[in-house]
Design a protein. Structure first.
Length: 302
């Protein structure tokens, strides 16, 4: 086992044992700290277990990142969340603030959850189909890069902590996207087969996310797992277009741009089922990683 260095720091007549070495880089930091504590016979809790605040631990070497570590009865919180009390009559307001604090950290990256580069959000492909028959218009958008999603704000939070149901309202001021596209069929009397580059600007994006979870009890702690996840969204203003159409077909490019911007909301409606499916996959992965690493008690206390 590697050697470990522990630092004993006094605070408010309490003794804090802080581990500063490679554990700060370990995504399983709780397990790493526990192994180190046992190996070095270090106490696991404060002398006064009523201590219940987040303490900012300054680095003891310039190459170590600052960490915020919370201890209470051998429970450590992640630095990127804030705890709320179930008994608080304004618990939903607290959860809204906590969610926005998580978003702030999300923008900077959370290596512990495997999140380093937040943007762009990458979607492999989505497709649309307009009309039936051999001349129906079909389009495939690939390698979609979206920017601006991390600028979201949680505007509302509803919860039922007894049944572990949560609903968030989100707002994103502006999302931009770039993609490669290929299409086939006829569009406003023009043969639209070909490909090129797609761009989109979406302003005033509102979304609702519903989550139902179930508890799992592991080593005296509660971890949540996703049982159900739903989402929906709307966009106030949309601008879209294509450029660099293959073979330099200016007639096709003009026809596509006219149709796209005249029917932007209808096109979004056609894209929505496929787009929601892709976004749900991304969101599910993020939530599952987060819930698997952070005990429920870190989020909610009695």
């Amino acid at each position: 086992m590697a050697s470990f260095t522990w630092h004993k720091l006094p605070k408010h007549n309490l003794t804090i044992w802080i581990r500063i070495d490679e554990c700060v880089y370990d995504p399983r930091v709780v397990s790493c700290l526990s192994r180190s504590r046992q190996a070095n016979n270090v106490p696991s809790v404060f002398e006064d277990s009523s201590f219940n605040t987040i303490t900012t631990i300054q680095p003891l070497a310039k190459d170590i990142n600052p960490r915020r570590i919370y201890y209470n009865h051998e429970l450590q919180d992640a630095y990127y969340i804030r705890q709320c009390r179930k008994s608080d009559p304004e618990v939903n307001a607290c959860l809204t603030k906590s969610a926005n604090y998580l978003v702030e950290n999300f923008r900077r990256g959370i290596p512990e959850l495997g999140i380093n580069e937040v943007e762009p959000i990458i979607i492999d492909e989505i497709s649309i189909a307009l009309g039936n028959g051999p001349d129906g218009y079909r389009a495939m958008f690939r390698d979609i890069h979206a920017y601006g999603v991390s600028n979201l704000t949680v505007t509302g939070f509803r919860s039922d902590l007894d049944t572990l149901q949560f609903q968030m309202s989100l707002y994103i001021p502006r999302i931009t996207a770039r993609a490669q596209y290929r299409s086939s069929g006829v569009l406003i009397l023009v043969r639209a087969s070909g490909g090129g580059e797609y761009w989109g600007e979406y302003e005033g994006v509102k979304a609702k996310v519903y989550m139902k979870a179930q508890p799992n009890y592991i080593n005296g702690r509660t971890y949540l797992s996703l049982q159900q996840l739903k989402m929906d969204f709307s966009v106030k203003d949309i601008r879209m277009g294509v450029e660099n159409v293959h073979n330099g077909n200016s007639v096709l490019q003009a026809a596509l741009n006219l149709f796209i911007n005249t029917n932007a909301q209808d096109l979004l409606k056609e894209m929505k089922p496929d787009l929601k499916k892709k976004l749900m996959t991304i969101l599910t992965g993020f939530l599952e990683r987060m819930l698997a690493q952070i005990p429920y008690e870190s989020w909610i206390t009695q």
